[in-house]
Each structure stands twice: as structure tokens, then as C-alpha cells.
Design a protein around this ligand. Structure first.
Ligand SMILES: Cc1cc2nc3c(=O)[nH]c(=O)nc-3n(C[C@H](O)[C@H](O)[C@H](O)COP(=O)(O)OP(=O)(O)OC[C@H]3O[C@@H](n4cnc5c(N)ncnc54)[C@H](O)[C@@H]3O)c2cc1C
Length: 356
């Protein structure tokens, strides 16, 4: 298993629970910005299936009751998770969430191996995988390295981008307490607001701070004034709802910005002889859908089933997995286009690229 994010951990946990001998290669990321922190309620049955719902959600996270969005209009529309079948979602401490999943996989029997996968060679029916100077030998290989799909690309799969969206992100101090909000003055909903150059997103973090980001295309970052903390902060101040949420007048610009790749892309194929790709390494989706973690858990579970069936002699199992992930990505692309069409209010490059 190359990569120990949600996709790799879900696959490792499911396989180890089924009795497979699993090596989970984990590469530390020293100073990770807390992006990818909203976990949709639809993750609940997946975490239950993995037997870790209480364990990974009990401590350190906060409930997310839904989202508010000014999308295609000036005013906010509320989407309330609590009315849905799975109840509230979560605003995650993402580092804690990932490490809880990793620990669960380890306790189920997966062996953790620190380092980076740097080379992969097929010898007969076995993979010889170089991990930071050591070698791991295995009959099956899972690429869970995230959107870079580092293993699948080495095996000849292609990464097909739909767009090159980036998030220009920062962490800001929490809002001033407002009356009528839940939990110590913090509104526990995500907030989205579209603008001519893209859209803004903010959500409360369990730490009490807020993550805030502007989503746009790389060639529009400078034009939108987002290259410097001061310019980013000025652009944020022109928003209506995000600005009101963050009460930024009382604070200064963030000390630093992080530019994070957030584009939609797929890998073709997502499986081959003796290997599969899961999570973002199979299909990376626009954060507007807030479904990346859920999808990583789902594909990790589906890949574990496919590999188990393959090991039991089902020669079609990995092909069916590839067809499944491909069909789900096609469905996502249709939903993404519909979403941007619904949000279009400007004939600016960001919106015409996604809707014409
Ligand atoms: C700006 C932004 C906002 C987002 N917001 C949300 C959100 O609100 N909700 C949501 O559900 N999703 C969100 N996502 C998406 C979500 O973060 C991802 O879909 C999810 O993390 C995918 O999980 P993964 O396990 O496939 O990959 P990752 O979480 O990327 O994990 C991959 C792991 O593989 C490791 N790795 C990479 N290369 C190697 C190598 N060569 N050897 C060994 N290990 C390697 C990495 O270090 C990493 O630990 C967002 C993404 C972005 C960019």
C-alpha cells in the first residue's frame, strides 16, 4: 500500500481485517495546512463498515451541521445535514483523523513502513517496491499516493486533468462571538461564496481558528490579487458573507499563504495486472463537492474487495473495479458541470471555462 491517507488506510484496514498480509507505506508530511477538513455525513456508513466510526470521530473533531452558500445569487442558501439520513458531518482535525485511521489499520495487522515509494518493478507475479532505500516484495500493489498518482504513472497509467484549480489558503483567527450561533459563538457550517474569479470557502477548525481559501485557476491568481497575504486579505474583504463570518476587520492579513493543487483529474486505467489506484490517485475531485475523503474511503473499501476476489481467483475483479471508478468519475463530471452552470453569474474566464 503506497500512501497512508484515508484511501490507503481504508484499503489497508479492510484487507488486514480480511486476513491479508499488508504493508502500509507512510510518508510524513511535516507542516500540512489543514485543508480537506470537512467530512460529509455520507462517510458515516463507510467508517461503520470499517469498524472505526467511534474511534476516528470521538475525539478532537467538531460536528458540521451543513453548509451555507451564496452560489449563483447574492443571498445565502442553507443545506442542513441534520435533515439528511446520516445526521451531521464533521469539521476534522485532519492530522488526527488520518493518524487514527493509520493506527486502526496497524492494530488490524497492517505493518507500517515509513518512507517514500521511489521505484516499482514487476518480476514475474511479484512487485519489488523500493521504499527509501529498502525493498518490499508483494503480489499486489495499491497506489494511494494522492492526486499525484505516483505509482500508477510509473506503471504507465495516464493522469487526465479536467481543470487546474488551485486553492490559495490561510488559517485565520476565529470570528468574534455572535448571538444565536452554536458552540461558543462559532457557526458550525461551511460557507461558500462565488466571485468573478472563482469562489471562497471558509470553515471553522476544531482549534477555534478558521481555514479560508480562494479557489481559482493558476493564471487568474495574480489578476485576482491573491499572490500576497495583503492582496488576498483585501480580496477577502470584498466578499459579503465570508468577510462577515471571519470579522476580518479586527485582524491583519495572514502571515503566510499556501497554494494547494485542487484540480479535478482522473487516472486511466485505475487498475491493471496486480495493481489498483484508490482515492485521489484514482479520481481527484473539485473541493466544491467536499467528497474527496468519503470517496477515498469508499474506493479503499472497494479496492480491498476487488483484490480479495482477485486473490481468490476472480480474474475480472480488478477490471470491474476500474469500470466502477471510471463510471463514478463520469457521474462526478456531469454533476460538476451542472454545479458551475448553476453558479454562473459572470462571463469571466473562470466561469466560461467550466460552463461553455
Ligand atoms: C483545497 C482542498 C480542499 C479540500 N476540501 C475537502 C473537504 O472539505 N472534504 C473532503 O472530503 N475532501 C476535501 N478535499 C479532498 C481531500 O483532501 C482528498 O480527496 C483526500 O485527502 C484524498 O485522500 P487520499 O488518501 O486519496 O490522498 P491523500 O490524503 O493525499 O494521501 C496520500 C498520502 O500518500 C503519501 N504519498 C505521496 N507520495 C508518496 C510516495 N511516493 N510514497 C509513499 N507515500 C506517498 C502522501 O504523503 C499522503 O500521506 C480537499 C482537497 C483540497 C486540495
Amino acid at each position: 500500500m503506497a500512501g497512508a491517507g484515508p484511501g490507503g488506510c481504508a484499503a489497508a484496514l479492510a484487507l488486514a481485517t480480511a486476513g491479508a498480509d499488508v504493508v502500509l507505506v507512510h510518508r510524513e508530511r511535516p507542516s500540512r495546512l489543514p485543508v480537506g477538513e470537512s467530512l460529509a455525513p455520507t462517510a458515516r456508513p463507510l467508517l461503520e463498515h470499517l469498524g472505526v466510526l467511534d474511534r476516528v470521530t470521538a475525539r478532537g473533531h467538531r460536528p458540521c451541521y451543513g453548509s451555507h452558500s451564496a452560489w449563483g445569487q447574492d443571498t445565502l442558501t442553507a443545506q442542513d445535514h441534520v435533515r439528511g439520513p446520516y445526521g451531521s458531518g464533521w469539521h476534522l482535525d485532519r492530522r488526527l483523523f488520518d493518524s487514527s485511521l493509520r493506527e486502526a489499520a496497524h492494530e488490524a495487522g497492517a505493518r507500517l513502513h515509513s518512507g517514500s515509494v521511489t521505484a516499482v518493478v514487476r518480476t514475474g507475479d511479484l512487485w519489488r517496491v523500493s521504499v527509501s532505500g529498502t525493498e518490499v516484495v508483494a503480489p499486489y500493489l495499491v497506489d494511494a499516493t494522492g492526486a499525484g498518482a505516483r505509482v500508477a504513472r510509473r506503471l504507465g497509467a495516464g493522469v487526465l486533468p479536467t481543470d487546474h484549480l488551485v486553492a490559495v489558503a490561510a488559517v485565520l483567527p476565529g470570528a468574534r462571538p455572535q448571538s444565536g450561533t452554536r458552540r461558543g459563538g462559532t457557526e458550525r457550517v461551511s460557507l461558500i461564496e462565488s466571485t468573478a474569479f472563482g469562489w471562497w470557502y471558509t470553515a471553522p477548525l476544531p482549534s477555534g481558528h478558521h481555514v479560508a481559501m480562494a479557489l481559482t485557476d493558476p493564471d487568474l491568481v495574480a489578476r485576482a490579487g491573491l499572490r500576497t497575504p495583503t492582496g488576498w486579505f483585501d480580496a477577502l474583504a470584498t466578499t459579503r458573507h465570508v468577510h462577515a463570518r471571519l470579522a476580518v476587520r479586527g485582524t491583519g492579513p495572514p502571515q503566510r499563504l499556501s497554494v494547494v493543487r485542487a484540480g479535478t483529474s482522473r487516472v486511466l486505467p485505475t487498475a491493471g495486472a496486480g495493481w489498483v489506484a484508490v482515492g485521489d490517485a484514482a479520481s481527484a475531485t473539485d473541493p466544491i463537492a467536499a467528497r474527496g475523503i468519503t470517496s477515498a474511503l469508499a474506493t479503499g473499501i472497494a479496492a480491498a474487495s476487488a483484490l480479495t476476489a482477485r486473490a481468490d481467483g476472480d480474474g475480472q475483479a480488478l477490471g470491474r473495479y476500474a469500470d466502477l471508478t471510471s463510471g463514478v468519475h463520469d457521474e462526478f463530471l456531469r454533476a460538476r458541470t451542472a454545479c458551475y452552470r448553476a453558479g454562473r453569474r459572470w462571463d469571466t474566464p473562470f466561469w466560461t471555462r467550466r460552463t461553455d
